[in-house]
Design a protein around this ligand. Structure first.
Ligand SMILES: Nc1ncnc2c1ncn2[C@@H]1O[C@H](COP(=O)(O)OP(=O)(O)O)[C@@H](O)[C@H]1O
Ligand SMILES: [Mg+2]
Length: 260
């Protein structure tokens, strides 16, 4: 579904993504792992249209999507969530979901004046959809709470929920498990598996929790220093010399830094 070809993203002289090539197969839950600073989030930002690449290409279903803005990718069904959740704190959980669908006819003054009935019908439909999503994610009880008041893990579920308000084809999840307790992490994992199996979502998941990766992902891609080091099953990647070295390498570097 997604083919990344020799992608580079430089910040000044720093090569955050340094010639990465990878493929995400339709219907897969592909894991993306690698030590901090490997360039995973930057790669997501380039694929999802938040950052232009320095060079290289991103293809989706055979079409060149390199550098397309996020809203165009959204219409193609390519969505991403953020390492830090981007909820609207003063709105309720349900309202956060209801904001997602684009082209709501309530947007223009003209429509507000002349198509009141249609807007009400559409709003009711979107509201039903939001409630269905909350039920799917087992957080119906949070519908009327302010988004600022829910836990970090629940915010991650809400992020996932936002991708369900529209017909997503491929969803990029950046550290869905960060700061999330085990129970909630399992709920998130269950939702991802169900969305994959029942609704045909393809996923690319950045996560540090290897149990989570092992449960969900095949294949797993490991990045380090802006490059793809290895791709394979969890077992293959875990036992790959270059991967072990990359993790050890940064561990040592961090130790050196800590002593400096
Ligand atoms: N906007 C930016 N400007 C400069 N350097 C950046 C920027 N974004 C990321 N980097 C650097 O690029 C490297 C890769 O970062 P990132 O993609 O966030 O890695 P990961 O998600 O794998 O931890 C890091 O060293 C980071 O400091
Ligand atoms: Mg990151």
């Amino acid at each position: 579904m997604i083919v990344v070809e020799n992608l580079h993203k430089h910040f000044g002289g720093f090569h955050a993504v340094d010639g990465a090539s990878l493929t995400i197969e339709t219907g897969s839950i592909t894991g993306l792992i690698g030590p901090n600073g490997a360039g995973k989030t930057t790669l997501f930002n380039v694929i999802a249209g938040r950052l232009p690449p320095t060079s290289g290409r991103v293809m989706m279903d055979g079409q060149d999507i390199t550098g397309l803005p996020p809203h165009e990718l959204f219409h193609k069904g390519l969505l991403r969530t953020f390492q830090i959740a981007h909820e609207f704190g003063s709105m309720t959980v349900r309202e956060n979901l209801m904001m997602v669908p684009e082209n709501q006819s309530g947007e223009t003054l003209w429509n507000t004046w002349f198509k009141r009935g249609r807007i009400n019908a559409e709003e009711a439909r979107i509201r039903d959809k939001a409630d269905e999503v909350l039920e799917f994610l087992t957080i119906s009880h949070l519908a009327d709470q302010k988004a600022s008041q829910i836990s970090g893990g629940q915010k991650k579920l809400l992020e996932l929920g936002r991708t369900m308000m529209v017909d997503a084809k491929i969803v990029f999840l950046d550290e869905v498990g960060a700061g999330v307790n085990r129970t909630l992490l399992n709920t998130i994992g269950d939702a991802i598996i169900r969305l994959n199996k029942e609704r045909g979502y393809t996923f690319c998941v950045i996560e540090h929790d290897m149990d989570f990766i092992a449960r969900l992902c095949d294949p797993v891609i490991c990045m380090a220093e802006g490059k793809v080091l290895a791709q394979g099953t969890v077992e293959e990647v875990k036992n790959d010399e270059r991967v072990i070295e990359a993790y050890l390498g940064t561990g040592l570097k961090n130790k050196v830094k800590a002593h400096a």
